[in-house]
Design a protein around this ligand. Structure first.
Ligand code: TYC
Length: 102
């Protein structure tokens, strides 16, 4: 029972499962005070972007209000958010970083 045999002994299809851990989008939010260069530095330092990539994403956040800066497993996403929030707070910038299930 449970592996293909129904109540009356009829075949019951079980959907094939693929290991697929939930992924989380890490997002940066715009604000009026955090310097652009600081945001670029964050993206290089914690998200492994080149200077050009970082500058482009920073401008997207600045213009659109927010942008996804990476997609990670729960643990990695949580670590990224903490690193950005801690680093920003230490430098007294109001930059906000959040995560959301994909
Ligand atoms: N809007 C900020 C400024 O004009 C720059 C900025 C970009 C701030 C992205 C936050 O996530 C951010 N200095």
């Amino acid at each position: 029972e449970g592996d293909g045999a129904g109540e009356a002994g009829l075949a019951v299809k079980t959907a094939p499962r693929t290991a697929r851990p939930p992924m989380y989008k890490v997002m940066l939010l715009n604000d009026d005070y955090t310097p652009m260069e600081f945001v670029v530095h964050i993206l290089e330092r914690f998200f492994g972007m080149t200077h050009a990539q970082a500058f482009e994403i920073m401008l997207t956040v600045h213009k659109k209000g927010l942008a996804v800066v990476g997609v990670y497993s729960f643990e990695v996403a949580e670590t990224k958010v903490s690193q950005v929030m801690d680093f920003s707070r230490r430098h007294q910038h109001p930059l906000q970083c959040t995560m959301e299930k994909e």
